[in-house]
Structures are given as structure tokens and as C-alpha cells.
Design a binder for this molecule. Sequence first.
Ligand code: ZN
Length: 152
Amino acid sequence: MLQQRFQDVRVPHISDRRPAPRCEAAGCTETTRNGKPYCTNHVELLPYVNRLIDTLEARDAELERVAKRGPRSVDPQGITAQEILLQLKLYGGRTIARLSRDLMLEENVVESYGRALAKLGCVSIGRHRRGLLLNPEDLSCANPSPASESAA
Ligand SMILES: [Zn+2]
């Protein structure tokens, strides 16, 4: 009975009359298959770009929180903490001032990251004639490749 009704409303051959759909990516003239909005090149690219944009927005939001509230807003797995740990892994000890310049972050923000990472035992904070110095302590805190980690 139900099957009969579906057969009655079906419009014959409608898909045969439509032109092949084009990829929605800017400037792309490829056709798409299986009703997808993007061609095979862009169906992979766009989710990646969207993930990247999400990641960068999350980073900016975290930086704002850390600037306002300090070390407790630090995400030790986030991009910024991982960038700092990577710098320390590559170069050894770094002053807050140097990290601030190299990573284009405010010094008070870098200091908050340093304090949060020190609390976790990832770094230690020392004194340097140019201010506070971060030293790497536990490099296992540095995620081997945070950028290639698949987004949740
Ligand atoms: Zn395309």
C-alpha cells in the first residue's frame, strides 16, 4: 500500500534532464557526482580549510581569554602552548620577551602560558637579565605534530 503511493508521486526521468552540476568552489569548473556540492578536488579541500579556520578561531578566542584571565585559561594542548613548547624544544631556554617577539604575542600572555606550563611540569621559570626565562623540563608535553592531528 505504502509502496504503491510512492510510485504514484514519482516524476519520471527528472534527473536525466538536469545539466551536470558544477563544483561550488570559486573558479572551479569541474562537474560533481552523486549530488555532492564539490568536485573530487574540493570535497577534500574545503572540510580541511573549515577545520583550519575553526582551529584558528579557537586559538584567537583562547588568547583573548588568557589575556583577560591568565594561566587558568591556557589549553596546554592548544596551538599557542604547543608553539611555545616547540620553540623551547628547538632552542632550549627562551626569555618571555623573545618568545613574545617570535610568536607575536603580548608578553603578559606568554607569561601566562609559561606559568600554566610550569604548573604542569612542562617548563620551569627562571630569571634572566632580560626578564623571565622559560626552560624546557618535560618535552613529552610537546605534541609531536599538533597541526596534522585530525580535528575532533
Ligand atoms: Zn572543484
